[in-house]
Design a protein around this ligand. Structure first.
Ligand SMILES: Cc1ncc(COP(=O)(O)O)c(C=O)c1O
Length: 391
């Protein structure tokens, strides 16, 4: 029997991180254990306070049945309390908040709710793959908005062609930004909200990294407006909970109600004892401050190493990444490969792998991304090797 997968699956290129994994596997076979700054998956443990809450909850909820599709009310109330505390936003936990199985679930599935075949989603480029993949799977079209250094890595909304605007339904924004590390400003969000209002486009704000900052806490778009807007929050990077799969969406109640209709047909909600772990995580700020300090040390060590070999300072104000310019005579892939040579063995992601060729350029070209996730001793080891690099 011939197995024929759908065209939409065949259209998927290889996942950038799968390519990174293949290189790492090859080095492992050669007896080298590379230091991995590739995938944004923290190597440090999930804090004890969260693990304990999860263990206790498994016992407490011995016979809890299927979870609620939208999240237990205690979880939604905690998310509302946290949002008020952190951003000063008032959210009704009954209708303006819904749990997700990590933000990826909602990001990928969201276009199913709003996109008819052929309609446009606007997505940042470079960016998180699920923003555009979800749109493709909903049989929509994607218009990529390039993030370039000369625009401070903000999209140029005025450049979106009129024929795209005619059938555009969704715009993804993501600040603090993966991978460029750019920060949100009020002016930028105001421009985005005016754009959404003018063209009747729903604004989807991926706020997975609002808690990963070094000095000044970034704002949420919901501080400016809820109507026509949904923000996607995640505990993955705030609390080292990538494995737990939990986040939430918040914003316009009509959008959330529409998504609920789709979600109830796709999954069965977030596991209840994971929601209890998330409640404990949200109530505890100490571990978040400690993690921030750890990222700060790693950021400074790596920035110093790159400056020692003459590369420009890319000091980020937030996220868990560095978006480092590569030396002039290298492409981003060549430089990532240089860092992967046996004597250095540092895994980074070429910027060109995180972006699509759009409007005649690949905006990730000329950069590599480093996820500051290895333990600090490994970061120091990597920095020492990079400082000896001859470029
Ligand atoms: C910008 C962005 N959005 C969403 C996600 C998905 O995070 P999660 O599904 O773990 O909440 C990631 C993960 O790296 C990300 O970088």
């Amino acid at each position: 029997m011939e197995i024929k997968v759908a065209d939409r699956v065949n259209a998927i290129g290889s996942y950038a991180f799968a390519d990174v994994e293949n290189i790492v596997t090859q080095l492992n076979k050669e007896g080298v254990e590379p230091i991995d700054f590739g995938v944004g998956d923290p190597a440090l443990p999930t804090p004890e306070v969260i693990r304990n809450a999860c263990k206790e909850s498994i016992e407490k909820r011995k016979s809890s049945g299927y979870p609620s599709y939208t999240g237990e009310i205690e979880f939604r109330e905690t998310a509302a309390w946290w949002s008020k505390n952190r951003f000063g936003i008032d959210l009704d936990p009954e209708i303006e908040i819904m749990s997700t199985i990590g933000s990826k679930e909602a990001i990928f599935n969201f276009p199913e709710t709003f996109i008819n075949p052929g309609e446009y989603t606007l997505a940042l480029n470079p960016g998180y793959p699920a923003w555009s993949r979800g749109a493709h799977f909903a049989e929509g079209k994607v218009c990529f908005l390039n993030l370039l250094p000369e625009n401070n890595f903000l999209p140029d909304l005025k450049s979106v062609p009129a024929e795209v605007l005619r059938s555009a339904k969704l715009l993804w924004v993501n600040y603090p930004n993966n991978p460029t590390t750019a920060f949100p400003t009020r002016d930028f969000y105001e421009e985005v909200l005016d754009f959404g209002e003018k063209h009747n486009i729903i604004i989807l704000s991926d706020e997975s990294y609002t808690e990963n900052y070094y000095d000044e806490p970034p704002i949420s778009i919901l501080q400016l407006k809820k109507e026509g807007v949904v923000a996607f929050q995640s505990l993955s990077k705030r609390s080292n909970m990538t494995c737990y799969r939990i986040g939430w969406i918040a914003g316009d109640r009509r959008i959330i109600a529409a998504y609920k209709k789709v979600k109830t047909n796709i999954d069965s909600g977030t596991v209840t004892f994971i929601q209890d772990a998330a409640i404990a995580a949200l109530k505890d700020d100490k571990h978040v401050r400690e993690l921030r300090e750890d990222y700060r040390k790693k950021r400074d060590i790596m920035i110093n190493a790159f400056s020692k070999i003459g590369l420009p300072n890319c000091e980020p104000k937030g996220t868990i990444y560095l978006w480092q310019r590569v030396p002039e005579r290298y492409t981003s892939l060549d430089f990532a490969k240089k860092l992967l040579e046996k004597e250095i063995a540092v895994v980074t992601t070429p910027g060109s792998w995180l972006s699509h060729e759009a409007h005649g350029v690949n905006p990730g070209e000329g950069f590599i991304r480093l996820a500051l996730v290895p333990p600090i001793e490994k970061v120091m080891e990597a920095a020492d090797k990079i400082k000896r690099l001859n470029i």
